[in-house]
Design a protein around this ligand. Sequence first.
Ligand SMILES: [Fe+2]
Ligand SMILES: [Fe+2]
Length: 325
Amino acid sequence: MSKPKILIVDDQQPNIALLKSLLPDYDTTEATSGRLALKQISDQKPDLILLDVMMPGIDGYSVLSIVKNSAHTRGIPVLAVSALGGMDEKLKSLAKGADGFIIKPVNPQELKAKIKALLRVKVLHDELDAAQKTLISIAAMLDDKHLFRSGHSCRTAHYAVRLARLELLQSWQQEEIRLAALVHDIGYVTVPESILLQGDRLTPEELAHIQNHPLTGETICSALASFKPVLPYIRHHHENYDGTGYPDKLKGAAIPLGARILAIADAYDALTNDRPHRKALSPQAALAVLANGAGSRWDPGLVALFCRLITEYNGTGPESETETT
Ligand SMILES: [Fe+2]
Ligand SMILES: [Fe+2]
């Protein structure tokens, strides 16, 4: 088994050499500035970062913020190291997302014990990450299985994140919306294919089966703690702005913002792709449907923003068609 990779970040080479000498059981690399550290973290994905918080230029606190605000790196444990042993430094490091704190000169036993504990947490995080990826893969496979839906969740995530960005949501909120979009229809796994392929000729029982998919999706995803913040987006992605949607008939701002964004991205992708009962609409026609449903099915402010997004992206504008989904 390969040794865990530890990145040591310190602007003082003697400090790096000392830490390296204390950690012969690990594959250690080094960075002597915040800028070099960020490059190495992105290139090498270490298993743990030993981070000196007081450095010239991009200091350790800035590195911490960047690492912990990125979905790709936030799972890497960071042990903050500081020569200042005050409560302020410790609290500031922990507030920025550090997973532990140690004072220089380090006590070798304390250092090794803290590293061991954090690496155990990293293993659990990696397992969770793998479970999350498995659910996302199942959702994508489900899309592929029903040929008319192939790529639907991925494209929905793409549109939803772009809309969230235009709505000026923070990167962690964009990431939550992306995650929800990637699995939003996973609840279809319990809907028989015969029902899915019927399009709009459904009996009330079959319709109820279809309309249960947000709840089933919520139940499936609730098994993983990392999905907890996005469960409301999955549950409510078929609510209508005027309160006529499902499953809870939520209205207006009572529908979580992430779900309102997801609903628009979801509908646009459905409209611009073939379905069993109709052919794909052009982007202009799909935007016209969204504009027609603004205020009834979808959040009018978000629809306006989305129309701008697609119009600027495709160089097209809505026509006056009234087809509904
Ligand atoms: Fe859905
Ligand atoms: Fe969908």
